[in-house]
Design a protein around this ligand. Structure first.
Ligand SMILES: Nc1ncnc2c1ncn2[C@@H]1O[C@H](COP(=O)(O)OP(=O)(O)O)[C@@H](O)[C@H]1O
Ligand SMILES: [Mg+2]
Length: 377
């Protein structure tokens, strides 16, 4: 899978930009705050997902402008398509992110799920190992949304019943017939939850050996990474488990069992990585997981996803940089960073980003550092 052309209009600080990326490596370099992450964020939005920075749609539109457009031509083994994402502010006739594919309206951008696939790797992803279970659930859910277009709808259905159930748990004593209503919610929840937990468990079961292998390669076999999905209830009759848990739920005022409380365990050499691993080990673990995510997409869809590496390469030591770049040989990959020097000798196409303006960079001619003198000779 690759992008052959991308064009942005009024996207964050990028008023207008056009880019014909390389089939392999494309490098965007420039000083901090110039628009590099903005560009990668725009590419990510072509997947139909929300911003990987957790931004609201309205924040994506350039200040003082009324809309933003991302247009890209994508190519897979058997098709060529043009994806267009329009972003409009709340209160406009078509608020939020809407999509067209080769000129045909698709409604909400989330309907695109599965058409264009990408894997993003950015500095905040260390929280995948260090942070709360929510970040790990997001990791697996975001991967499943790209792989199984129906997953998002399944998950939303579950969250809807969950919020109804939580509202009832809060007002249990004051609600006539609350026990019978809880029975109904539990039945609906159990149906939705079972599917979600199963998908997540299957996903992690396939991902785990790939990630373990990647970690072994990065650490030259010296260390072992183990990951596993931790459900809140053993497989079986979830409805019964929910019912048995009712006292506890009423005490807490919310539902304490189900996919919204589950987690992924990450161990390095038998110790929990969240608390015991060094920063370097945590970085290697995230890199292993991200590469495994890409491999899984390729195995399931026969297409390697587009890789977006935002500002992470400079954080990795040379061995890990080499490993990553050699693994990505022949795949389309966008890399951003402050310093372009390290890419001078690669076959990558280079672009310089300055105050939202993207300019092609001819390698070898000029200074590739991101200093103010970058364009002077
Ligand atoms: N909606 C917006 N309109 C205009 N500028 C924006 C908008 N959102 C963010 N910016 C600007 O984008 C810049 C940050 O860009 P970013 O891509 O994060 O930088 P970096 O090159 O460091 O990755 C900041 O200068 C910020 O003010
Ligand atoms: Mg950035």
């Amino acid at each position: 899978m690759k992008i052959t052309r991308i064009e942005l209009t009024n996207f964050r600080n990028i008023c207008q930009a056009e880019l014909e990326p390389e089939d392999g490596l494309t490098v965007i370099f420039g000083k901090n705050g110039q628009g590099k992450t903005n560009l990668l964020e725009a590419i990510w939005l072509l997947t139909g997902a929300k911003s990987f920075r957790g931004a609201k749609d309205a924040e994506l539109i350039q200040r003082k402008q009324q809309f933003s457009i991302i247009r890209a031509e994508i190519e897979t083994q058997d098709m060529e398509k043009e994806i267009q994402i329009s972003i409009c502010p709340p209160g406009s006739p078509k608020p939020g992110r809407t999509a067209k594919v080769s000129g045909v309206d698709q409604g909400r951008a989330s309907n695109l799920a599965g058409l264009f696939r990408a894997v993003v790797f950015e500095p905040n992803h260390l929280s995948l190992v260090k942070g709360s279970p929510e970040g790990r659930r997001k990791f697996v859910d975001s991967a499943l949304c790209q792989l199984y277009p129906g997953y998002l709808a399944e998950y939303r259905r579950y969250l809807q019943v969950l919020s109804q159930k939580n509202a009832l748990l809060k007002h249990y004593r004051r609600t006539p017939g609350a026990a019978e209503m809880l029975d109904i919610y539990d039945e609906q929840m159990a149906q939705a939850a079972q599917k979600i937990t199963q998908r997540r468990q299957d996903y992690i079961a396939t991902l785990a050996p790939l990630a373990t292998q990647n970690y072994a390669n990065i650490s030259h076999g010296a260390e072992k990474l183990e990951i596993a999905y931790i459900p809140t209830a053993p497989q079986g009759n979830l409805q019964e488990i929910l019912r048995n848990n009712r006292k506890e739920d009423l005490r807490c005022g919310f539902c304490t069992v189900g996919p919204h409380r589950e987690d992924i365990s990450i161990f390095i050499n038998g110790q929990p990585a969240r608390t015991d691993a060094s920063q370097g080990q945590q970085r290697s673990a995230v890199l292993s997981l991200k590469l495994a995510e890409a491999t899984m997409i390729e195995q399931i869809t026969q297409e390697h996803p587009v890789m977006l590496l935002d500002d992470v390469l400079s954080e990795l030591d040379e061995g890990r940089q080499q490993y990553l770049l050699s693994r990505m040989e022949g795949k389309q990959i966008f890399v951003s960073g402050c310093d372009g020097t390290m890419f001078r000798k690669t076959r990558g196409k280079m672009f310089h980003m300055e105050q939202g303006t993207l300019k092609p960079w001819k390698k070898g001619e000029l200074d590739v550092s991101s200093s103010g003198a970058a364009y002077s000779d």
